[in-house]
Design a protein around this ligand. Structure first.
Ligand code: AMP
Ligand code: MG
Length: 337
């Protein structure tokens, strides 16, 4: 299949929306990461998304809407708390899991009775949803297991020949996927995946916010999980990633004592003064680290890194999202000093 590279002109967005309407799969920019979009109500189109990614069939796709007022067409029993959160955070990087209506097929929901709804703020994604006149199911546009794409070129690398088109809308602003929450009761949100809408931000609206334990540690084989994505290996480049929770001196000792070929470090901006080993940096604060993380993981593969020691980020605020992605990229391999 030829994969067309489209721009963000109105003519190209009309083309992208026409592809979606006719059951094809298109790579689309969003403010979080690039998504692999298909008509959420079209079973064969959604199956093609799973196939292009190699995604396990039980891992549901998030359904993207132009406005939260459309949620009543796809979800039922929407809690008042969800409506309040939507007023504050939609459009934006927040996905809310709610009971699904029958027009969301089980292929899209991964066999669940629920659907994750999000209203993206990126103007290109927003326009394509509007023009297509449907809800767009879209997972991240990477090959399953590999780091998520934050540029159209990343999507091309993973999806060239497998999908109809990729729309280039520049680099994704946040760089990590949306915050996913479900509702334990009328006052309580549960974070299933951390993102740019942080626990602190949710607490401005919710009385209680629970961080699901699976966010920070490995799920045991066979355990029941609140979100299927928690079970799978994720975000991993080919290189072996090892997290190091330490100050800079301790980190430098660990890396400095490893003489293997192909050893690299991924450190913070500001760490690099006289560090004796090969390295890349991924920002100085949590927002920059989120913005750069997946790009750096892909670059490490391109430069031939085989083993990468990563300075563990803060888990405060948006740092929790960065930590959650990295610890999965590392397959939970952590050195603590
Ligand atoms: P991605 O499509 O790559 O952004 O990943 C979507 C994430 O949202 C995965 O971890 C899914 O398991 C999670 N998710 C989507 N829909 C639901 C749902 N209905 N219930 C629980 N988790 C969901
Ligand atoms: Mg993904």
């Amino acid at each position: 299949m030829f994969t067309e590279l489209l721009n963000d002109t109105e003519a190209d967005l009309i083309k992208a929306a026409d592809y979606i309407k006719s059951g094809k799969v298109v790579g689309i920019p969003t403010e979080t990461v690039y998504g692999l979009g298909a008509d959420a109500a079209n079973e064969s189109a959604v199956r093609a998304v799973f196939e292009a990614k190699g995604r396990p069939a039980d891992n549901p796709l998030i359904v993207h809407l132009a406005s939260f007022s459309d949620a009543d067409n796809y979800a039922k029993d929407i809690p008042d708390l969800a409506r309040k959160l939507a007023e504050r955070f939609c459009p934006g990087p927040l996905t809310m899991v709610m009971p699904k209506m029958d027009n969301i097929p089980y292929v899209t929901s991964g066999g669940l009775e629920t659907v994750g709804i999000r209203v993206p703020s990126h103007s290109v994604m927003h326009r394509i949803i509007e023009l297509s006149g449907t809800a767009i199911a879209a997972p991240s546009a990477n090959t399953s297991g590999y780091p998520s794409p934050t540029t159209a070129q990343h999507v091309m690398r993973d999806m060239n020949g497998k999908i109809s088109a990729v729309v280039d809308g520049g680099q994704s602003e946040f760089g990590v996927e949306s915050t996913v929450i479900s509702f334990d009761d009328e006052e309580t949100a549960r974070i299933l995946r951390p993102g740019a809408v942080t626990r602190e931000m949710l607490l401005e609206i919710c009385k209680n916010v629970i961080i699901d334990p699976a966010i920070l540690k490995e799920v045991e084989a066979g355990a029941k999980v609140a979100s299927p994505g928690m079970k799978y290996k994720h975000y991993s480049p080919k290189a072996d990633i090892i997290m190091v929770e330490s100050d800079l001196a301790g980190f430098n000792r660990v890396v400095g004592n490893d003489y293997d070929n192909g050893v690299y470090a991924l450190i913070f901006d500001g760490d690099e003064a006289d560090c004796p080993y090969r390295h890349l940096t991924y920002g100085a604060d949590s927002a920059q680290q989120a913005h750069l993380l997946f790009q750096r993981l892909r670059e490490l593969d391109e430069i031939g890194a085989e083993k990468v020691y990563v300075r563990s980020p803060s888990t405060e605020g948006m740092g929790l999202a960065v930590y959650n992605r990295l610890i999965r990229a590392a397959g939970f391999e952590v050195i603590r000093i």
